[in-house]
Design a protein around this ligand. Structure first.
Ligand code: HEC
Length: 167
């Protein structure tokens, strides 16, 4: 009799326990995804160009300022490019749009577009989750400057490709 009553309680409580367990599992999935995204951003070198002062300070920039874009121009035969603010870039995009962009983007040097093409959908989703989690911050980076025009300081001057005869 006692046992029967107990199992009735278990049956009644079981449906209540499931959502809590599911929420906890979702939470730990989400935090694993964020950790993976942070890890990929760090080892992928994204901060080196997209975070002001990051490479110069040996990575000593607080996480809240990561990926806010840079005013340091990259000047070469293609013109002068500026690493955009990825915190703003991600806000306007869905995860699916980001994955599509990353698979096909042909960006100017020195952006390693091939690194984006190589990332799996899962890793791209992790990067997306991490940058969205950081939230919008900072301003738009300067616009691209066409080849042949002198950019304002500061900029890095990139050498042209080696001359054919020396290859
Ligand atoms: C060596 C410097 C450098 C590194 C490292 C780098 N980027 Fe970039 N990135 C740039 C530059 C410069 C541009 C602008 C290219 C252009 O004008 O077409 C850019 C453009 C982009 C864009 C396009 C944004 C837009 O507004 O169109 C995305 C997205 C991006 N980078 C993501 C990343 C991610 C993610 C990583 C790390 C895996 C990374 N970048 C690493 C320099 C870099």
């Amino acid at each position: 009799m006692k046992l029967a009553r107990m199992s009735a309680y278990v049956l009644l409580l079981a449906p209540l326990a499931t959502p809590a367990a599911a929420i906890a599992a979702n939470r730990s999935d989400a935090s694993a995804l964020l950790k993976r995204g942070r890890y990929l951003v760090v080892i992928g070198g994204c901060n080196d160009c997209h975070t002001p002062g990051y490479a110069e300070s040996g990575g000593h920039v607080p996480e809240r300022d990561w990926l806010t874009g840079s005013r340091l121009g990259w000047h070469g035969p293609w013109g002068t490019s500026y690493p955009p603010n990825l915190r703003l870039f991600m806000q306007g995009r869905t995860r699916v749009q980001w994955i599509k962009f990353a698979h096909s983007a042909r960006l100017r040097p020195p952006m390693p577009s091939w690194a984006l093409h190589t990332l799996t959908d899962r890793d791209l989703s992790a990067i997306y989750a991490f940058i969205r989690h950081l939230g919008p911050r900072g301003h738009k980076a300067p616009d691209f400057i066409a080849p042949g025009q002198a950019p304002p300081e500061p900029y890095v001057s990139w050498p042209g490709p080696p001359h054919k005869a020396t290859q």
